[in-house]
Design a protein around this ligand. Structure first.
Ligand SMILES: Cc1cc2nc3c(=O)[nH]c(=O)nc-3n(C[C@H](O)[C@H](O)[C@H](O)COP(=O)(O)O)c2cc1C
Length: 336
């Protein structure tokens, strides 16, 4: 199958990066209200946690959230296959294997970025997962680990997997992972970005779907990257400034729907928070509103919004109308 021939490619034109502790189902619900088309990713979930743990807790997501991908961490082909199967049964649209996480905890389990040194094992994992599910299995990786700074490292990784597996979608965080001496946070900032490596992958493997990731903060940058690759994945900017997604459906998916109004969005997240709290599955107001802090980025009184929604004394009543009160402050200080 040529991925440029199917409409899945169109859907992955823009995506929100998997981010541990950040892209949970509450964040993804908000993101989905802002963009109907952007492809969403779960946080990385260990295959073992899905097999042996509380599947509902790890895999449940909200109606209307799709398209959504489940990102798995692991390096045991049989476990990954079981976890992928569970993900498919819960309704995820894609299973993604993490080959980019540099955290020491992940290295101990011999998965994440250190898998880039074991392409044969990655191929086994992807094949085993793909044999277990009908939805696409994809991979997210770096351009190299430690001192592998040559383009050929990532080209060999992608080329080998394209040859040995059915995987046709590669999400490339355009910097190295340094497994020794840098924290995960530093590993998202210190190793230099090399977008040209990712562009070159697309030139050399035109039949693969190549998605670029790393350091993208504006819609102009997105438009620039789309001249060279099939899709752009945005992480931190979409978390700290979610309204960056507001233009995406019209600008990048040619949707004729108008962007969502702030007032409408606030109403939806208020109702959502109230429903989640009432559902009695242990959700408290803080669990949802912590993802809303950046929503008013760039508006007057954005700081008041943030302060109110992170004030422990105000949050302790667990009353979603706090969102409406904070919105009143912002609404009265801006013209929309
Ligand atoms: C808080 C946080 C958690 C992350 N967790 C994951 C993860 O679970 N899986 C993964 O593949 N990448 C993870 N990443 C990396 C992002 O997916 C992304 O590759 C990276 O932030 C670069 O993109 P950006 O510059 O647009 O943020 C995480 C990043 C952040 C900031």
């Amino acid at each position: 199958m040529n991925p440029t021939d199917n409409n899945i490619t169109g859907s992955r034109r823009l995506s929100i990066a998997p981010m541990l502790d950040w892209t949970d189902r509450h964040y993804r619900h908000m993101a989905r209200q802002i963009s109907r088309h952007t492809w969403l990713y779960s946080e990385m979930i260990n295959a073992g946690a899905i097999i042996y743990g509380d599947q509902d807790r790890f895999l449940m997501f909200n109606e209307g959230e799709q398209p959504v991908a489940l990102q798995l961490g692991g390096s045991e082909p049989a476990d990954l296959a079981k976890a992928a199967k569970a993900g498919e049964q819960y309704g995820y649209n894609e299973i993604n294997l993490n080959c980019g996480c540099p955290s020491p905890r992940v290295q101990k389990g011999a998965f994440g970025a250190c898998l880039m040194n074991e392409v044969g094992l990655v191929a086994d994992c992807l094949n085993s997962m793909q044999d277990a599910v009908r939805i696409p299995v994809t991979v997210k990786h770096r351009i190299g680990v430690d001192r592998q700074t040559e383009y050929q490292t990532v080209a060999d990784f992608v080329g080998t997997l394209a040859h040995k597996t059915a995987c046709t979608t590669f999400i490339v965080h355009a910097r190295n992972a340094w497994l020794d001496g840098l924290s995960p946070k530093e590993n998202r900032e210190v190793p230099p970005l090399k977008y040209e490596y990712v562009y070159r992958l697309k030139q050399e493997f035109p039949n693969l779907e190549i998605i670029i990731n790393g350091g993208v903060t504006t819609n102009e940058e997105i438009a620039g990257h789309l001249q060279h690759v099939d899709g752009v994945m945005v992480g931190r900017e979409a978390y700290h400034n979610p309204m960056i997604m507001r233009e995406w459906d019209q600008r990048f998916y040619h949707s004729s729907e108008p962007p969502i109004e702030y007032a409408e969005l606030v109403d939806r997240i208020f109702r959502y928070s109230r429903e989640q709290i009432q559902a009695g599955r242990g959700t408290i107001l803080r669990h949802t509103v912590r993802h809303y802090l950046g929503l008013m980025h760039g508006l007057n009184k954005a700081r008041v919004w943030r302060r109110m929604l992170s004030d422990a004394a105000l949050l302790k009543d667990n009353d979603g109308s706090l969102i409406l009160q904070a919105w009143e402050e912002v609404k009265n200080a801006n013209t929309f």
